[in-house]
Design a protein. Structure first.
Length: 406
C-alpha cells in the first residue's frame, strides 16, 4: 500500500474525558473516551510509565445508544510498532478566511475604457477543467468629456469604482464579491456622507454617490476624494444531507489573482490585503475522513445494491464541531512466505478543540512512545493550542518547538 494511500482509522473523542487510567481493560472505556493499550497485555498505560511498551494500540469507546459502551474503534492494524512510526503530528483547529485584493490609487480620464481580469482558483475549478486558467473580466467606460477636453480632461475615479462594483455584484458565479473602501478619511460635514468614514472603511452605494456629488462641486481635481475597490473571494459550500457527499471539496477557499488589463496601464496598483487561509479541523472534513475510513471498517460499498441509494451510515463525528487532530502514521512489519512486508497505516485522532484534558493527556502518553524513537515531544504543542475557534493558528506562525511536527 502506498504511503500516500495508506489504510487509516479515525478515532473521535467526546466529553473532554481524561485518557483511560493505567492497568485498565478496553471494556472499561466509557463512550467517547480514549485509551492507549499495551499490545502484549491489553492493559492501558499512561504518561507515568517508566518504559512505554514497544507495541501498542489506541481505542475509543462507542456509545451503544443508551450512554453505555457498545463497541470500540481501534487504531489501524492489529497494533502500532513503536520502532516503525514514520510520522507523528498535531494540528489545532484553525478557521478559514477569504482572500482580499485591493485595486487602489487609480485616476480616471473621461470617455475611456477600464477593465480588470481576475484569475480564480479553487478545487471545483481544478476538478472541472484541470489546470486550464479560469478568469473573469470586468470592464466599464467613463462618461463623455462633454467638450471640456482642454479644461477638464480628468474624470472622477469613483465612477470606475461604482461601475466595476456593479459588474462584480451582478456576477452569478458566486466566486467573488466586492466593496468600495475610502481612500482617505471622509466626513459628513465636508463630503456629505451619512457618517464619518475612516480611511479603508466601507463606503455604501449612497455614500459613494454623495462623494461623487461633492467632487462635482469642486473646480480643482486636487480637492477630489476617492474610493478604492476591494475584491473578496467566496468560499465553496458543502451540502451535508446524505451519507454520500457528492460535491465534497477540500480545501474550499477560492484564490484570486487580479490583473489590470484595460485603461490601468499607467495608473492604479494592486495589493493583497488578506491572504486566504484554509480551514483545518472542521467537523465536515473529519466526517469525510470517517466516511473514507468506513470503507475499511464497515465495507467498501456506499449505496444499496437493491435501490442504488445511499446507505444510512451512522457517524461518530459531529459535522458542526471543531476538532484538533493528531495523526500517527506507521508501518506494520510482518514476515510471510520467506518475504518481509511493510503495510502503510495511519490512525487519526480527532478531539473537540475545547477538550484540553483529553488532548493534553493523550499527547503526554504518545510522547512516551515516540520520543524514545527520536521524535520531538508534542505535549507542548498541544498545550499551546488556542481554544478560541476564531483564532487562526498557522503552522508558519508557530515556533519550532510548537509547530505541531515531531
Amino acid at each position: 500500500m502506498s504511503r500516500n494511500n495508506d489504510v487509516f482509522h479515525l478515532l473521535v473523542t467526546k466529553g473532554n474525558q481524561a485518557v483511560l487510567a493505567k492497568d485498565k481493560k478496553v471494556t472499561e472505556l466509557l463512550p467517547g473516551q480514549i485509551g492507549v493499550f499495551d499490545y502484549n497485555t491489553n492493559l492501558s498505560f499512561d504518561a507515568t510509565v517508566a518504559n512505554a511498551p514497544k507495541n501498542f494500540y489506541l481505542a475509543v469507546g462507542l456509545d451503544a445508544g443508551n450512554g453505555t459502551l457498545g463497541d470500540i474503534m481501534k487504531s489501524a492494524g492489529s497494533h502500532v510498532q513503536g520502532k516503525n512510526v514514520a510520522f507523528f503530528s498535531f494540528r489545532p483547529y484553525t478557521p478559514g478566511r477569504p482572500m482580499k485584493v485591493l485595486l487602489k490609487d487609480y485616476v480616471a480620464k473621461c470617455d475611456t475604457e477600464y477593465g480588470v481580469k481576475l484569475e480564480l482558483r479553487n478545487q471545483e475549478i481544478y476538478k472541472t477543467q484541470g489546470y486550464n486558467q479560469f478568469t473573469k473580466t470586468y470592464s466599464m467606460k467613463t462618461s463623455c468629456c462633454d467638450g471640456c477636453e482642454l479644461t477638464c480632461p480628468s474624470g472622477d475615479a469613483n465612477e470606475i469604482t461604482r461601475q466595476l462594483l456593479v459588474n462584480v455584484l451582478n456576477d452569478p458565479s458566486g466566486l467573488i464579491t466586492a466593496k468600495a473602501v475610502a481612500r482617505q478619511a471622509l466626513t459628513t460635514a465636508t463630503h456629505g456622507v451619512s457618517a464619518d468614514i475612516a480611511k479603508g472603511g466601507v463606503v455604501s452605494n449612497a455614500n459613494l454617490e454623495a462623494i461623487m456629488a461633492y467632487n462635482a462641486t469642486q473646480t480643482d481635481t486636487a480637492n477630489f476624494v476617492y474610493t478604492d475597490l476591494e475584491f473578496e473571494t467566496i468560499p465553496q459550500t458543502i451540502q451535508d444531507f446524505t451519507s454520500v457527499s457528492l460535491n465534497y471539496m477540500y480545501p474550499r477557499q477560492t484564490v484570486a489573482i487580479l490583473s489590470k488589463v484595460i485603461g490601468f496601464e499607467c495608473t492604479g496598483a494592486v495589493e493583497v490585503t488578506q491572504t486566504a487561509v484554509f480551514e483545518e479541523g472542521a467537523g465536515i472534513d473529519v466526517k469525510q475522513l470517517e466516511y473514507i475510513a468506513k470503507g475499511w471498517t464497515e465495507g467498501p460499498y456506499r449505496v444499496s445494491n437493491i435501490n442504488a441509494v445511499a446507505e444510512n451510515r451512522a457517524f461518530v463525528t459531529d459535522a458542526t464541531a471543531k476538532y484538533d487532530v493528531f495523526a500517527l502514521t506507521y508501518d506494520q512489519f510482518s514476515l510471510g512466505g520467506w518475504l518481509e512486508y511493510f503495510h502503510n497505516q495511519a490512525s487519526i485522532i480527532a478531539i473537540p478543540t475545547a477538550d484540553a484534558t483529553t488532548r493534553n493527556g493523550l499527547a503526554a502518553i504518545l510522547d512516551k512512545v515516540t520520543v524514545p524513537q527520536g521524535f520531538d515531544a508534542l505535549a507542548d504543542d498541544s498545550a499551546a493550542a488556542v481554544a478560541n475557534v476564531t483564532t487562526i493558528e498557522k503552522t508558519e506562525n508557530k515556533g519550532v518547538a510548537t509547530d505541531g511536527l515531531s
